[in-house]
Structure formats: C-alpha cells, structure tokens
Design a protein around this ligand. Structure first.
Ligand code: MG
Length: 417
C-alpha cells in the first residue's frame, strides 16, 4: 500500500483555445505518467497567478507528500503569512485540484468517489441567451431549448463585451439600447456606460416576452452583475417575482455586504451570490442567515476543491444549494472538478456552462460531455481531463487591458462591473 507520493515538479501551462486566458497547474511525481492537473484561471490577471505558482508555490511544494491534501492546502494558505485574495487563491486552487486529481488516480477511482460517491448521474446546466431585442433573445432561447437546455440565463443586449456604451467607441448600453438617454457630463471618462433605469425596464420587458412565448416550462435566470444599488435591486427583484426565476444573480455589489438582509426581507425571488468571494468569512454569514439561495463561487478563486467541498457541505445544512461559477474563464479541468463535486453534492442546484468547442477538446482530451441539458463525466480515474501541451501551445494567452469592467453610471462615475 502506498502511503506517500513526493511532488517532483510543479509546472504551469497557459493557453487560450477559446480566446479566454486559462491557467493550468501540472503536478508531477517520480512515477512516469502519474500527474495531476488543476485549473487556476484568473483570466484578467493570469500572469500574476502564473508567477505565484512558479516562484512561490513550486519551491514550497517540491518533495512534499502529494497525498496530504488537507495539510498542503493549509501550508499554501498560511505560508506567506498574508492570506487570501484572488491571485493567491487561484494558484492554491490549481494545486489543490491537481492534488485531488492525483489522489483519485492513485486510488484508481473517479474523483466523485472520493467525495462520497454519486447522488446523481449528471449535472443540469444552464447557458446564456443574449440578444439585442426581446425577439432576438427569443430566437437564442429557442436554439438552446433545441439543445436540451431546461435552464437559461437571459440577458438583453448581447454578449458581455458588446453590451456597454463607450462614448468614444459607440456600442449598446447594458440592458439593450438606451444609449440615447445617457448624457455624461463634459469631460466624462470613456467606459462601459449603463443606465440602471433603462436596464431594469428593458429587462422586465424581455422577461414578459420570454415567459409569454415559452410559458412556465423553462427555468429562467438573470445576472444583474452587481449593477444596482439596494433600493433598485429590491424593486427589480419584486417585479421579477411574477416571472418565477430560478435565481437572480449578484443583485448587489460584493462590497454591499449588509444589503442582502434587506433584499431578502422584501422579495421571494431566489437569490444567487458569491461569484467573487475568496474566503469563508464572506459566504458564511449569507448561508448561516439564509440570505441567499445559491452559492456560486469560482472554485479556484476560493482556493480549490478543498474549501469548495466544505462550503457545499455547510450550505447543505442551511438549505442553500450550489451553482458554481462556470463561464468561459473556467477550463475543462475546472469544469470537471465542478462536475465531480456536483455529482456528489445533495444540495447541488445547477451548473453554469459555456460549451467546449473543438479547440478546447483538442487541448483538453476527456472534457466532460454535454447531452440534452446535462453534463456527464467520463469514467477515468481522477477528474478525467488530460492536457495536450503541444495543442495548448498553439493557442497562446494575450494580456490586454480589461475594458468591459470599466462600468460607469450616466454621470460618468465608476460602478462595480
Ligand atoms: Mg455572474
């Protein structure tokens, strides 16, 4: 029986097969072919995660026992004295996922078996429907339904990069149209301008159209993306009650930590939050006081599977379900870890997914399979996803100044993105 497995190397692979910068950690052992893979994708700051992994975590980890997953997580978190933050957490999370992958490979079992075994065969997923008009949105929803989706996130106004008005570059305001109503003061800075009033009104119109067209037999979700203040969020969530949402996501900014209690007191619309959270101190009060209905951290941003599993178990006792963050800035490795956790979590709710294209499947053989609204793992030991490093090198990452997050209100002031 093996009771130790030294870490022989920690490598980092940066790749962008679908355009988003992805960070993968590869932990090697002295045994040929026995390695673990983890996702530490912080797409907007990928160079920082890369440097932290190579220059700080690699020297700390070399030679240590890869099977001591919990101890190594604590070591990585405590070793720098100053703890937390998305750069550190994503690096720690990538290593942590790779350690779990290794452990499951040593055991010869799919990862979900180490998490308690399956409580379901596959994870229900949702995808994003976007469109500049309610009619365009309807068409996108129709396409997703044809692919078997039963959960759809609605957003009027196009994709994330196309929904913001830049007074210099033109564009479309968040919520679809409305740019004519925005008149920033002279000298206002360029940015992603949006008008909360127009956003709320046009989004409610879109929900009316979609519910009228498709009836009640479709789960609808919406992401506010932190763009409302508390009175606006309360009014919006109350108006949305008649459309019976599956959840309303991030109605308040991360920093508005006292707002959730007041929001909860005023509306029955289910609330999802915590996408940007990096510590248990942030999500625990919301779960303990049942102020939200869905936890949805970016698992690597929380520090990996070790803290995410603890969050899911804790949330189970408070009737809070999981809906882990999973758009394009989560690699197939990260999605596979989410999936294995989802399969073993009784209080799983739904999984966000941007489907993998041929390039992503070329770089990540074994990526989970989407069929008829569900995501399925393969039956290989570990999380089941491999990395083709030659293919990964064909799709280099690009560092650019992030524009979409420079959100501004009509008077030109910066707002949470
Ligand atoms: Mg979100």
């Amino acid at each position: 029986m093996r009771d130790q497995l030294p870490i022989a190397d920690v490598q980092v692979v940066l790749t962008a097969p679908m355009g988003r910068n992805l960070v993968i950690a590869k932990l090697s052992t002295p045994e040929s072919g026995l390695y673990g893979l983890g996702c530490g994708t912080f797409t907007q700051r990928f160079h920082a995660v890369d440097a932290f992994l190579r220059q700080h975590l690699r020297p700390l980890l070399l030679g240590r026992d890869a099977l001591r997953t919990e101890e190594l997580w604590r070591l990585m978190v405590f070793n720098g004295y100053w703890r937390g933050g998305p750069v550190v957490n994503n690096a720690v999370g990538a290593v942590d996922m790779a350690l779990w992958d290794l452990k499951a490979k040593v055991a010869g079992l799919p990862l979900y078996q180490l998490l308690g075994g399956k409580v379901r065969e596959a994870a229900a997923v949702y995808q994003h429907a976007d469109g500049p008009t309610p009619e365009a949105l309807e068409q996108h929803v129709r396409e997703l339904k044809q692919h078997g989706l039963r959960h759809v996130r609605l957003r009027l106004g196009g994709g994330a990069q196309a929904t913001r008005l830049d007074p210099e570059a033109g564009g479309v305001a968040y919520g679809g149209g409305g740019q004519d109503q925005i008149t920033p003061p002279d000298g206002a800075q360029p940015g992603a301008y949006f008008d909360p009033r127009h956003y709320v009104a046009s989004t409610l119109d879109a929900f009316t159209h979609i519910r009228t067209t498709f009836g009640d037999d479709l789960e609808l979700l919406h992401d506010v993306h932190e763009r409302l203040d508390l009175p606006e969020a309360i009014r919006f969530a109350k108006e949305l009650e008649r459309y019976r949402l599956f959840f309303l996501e991030d109605p308040l900014a991360l920093e508005d930590f006292t707002g959730y209690a007041q929001l909860r007191a005023h509306t029955s619309t289910p609330i999802a939050a915590s996408e940007l959270f990096t510590t248990a101190e942030q999500w625990l009060p919301l779960v303990r006081d049942r102020l939200i209905d869905f936890l949805r951290m970016h698992v690597s941003d929380l520090g990996g599977l070790t803290p995410a599993r603890k969050a899911a178990v804790t949330a189970e006792h408070f009737g809070v379900r999981t809906a882990w963050h999973g758009p394009g800035d989560c690699s197939p490795v990260g999605h596979a870890v989410n999936l294995h956790l989802n399969l073993a979590t009784p209080n799983f709710g739904v999984q966000e997914l941007q489907p993998f294209d041929d390039r992503a499947r070329e770089v990540f053989p074994g990526a989970p399979e989407f069929r008829d609204g569900y995501l399925y793992p393969n039956d290989r030991p570990g999380h089941g996803v491999d990395l083709d490093e030659d293919a990964a090198a064909k799709y280099p990452c690009q560092a650019e100044v992030v524009k979409w997050s420079q959100a501004r209100r009509p008077d030109g002031s910066l707002h949470a993105p």
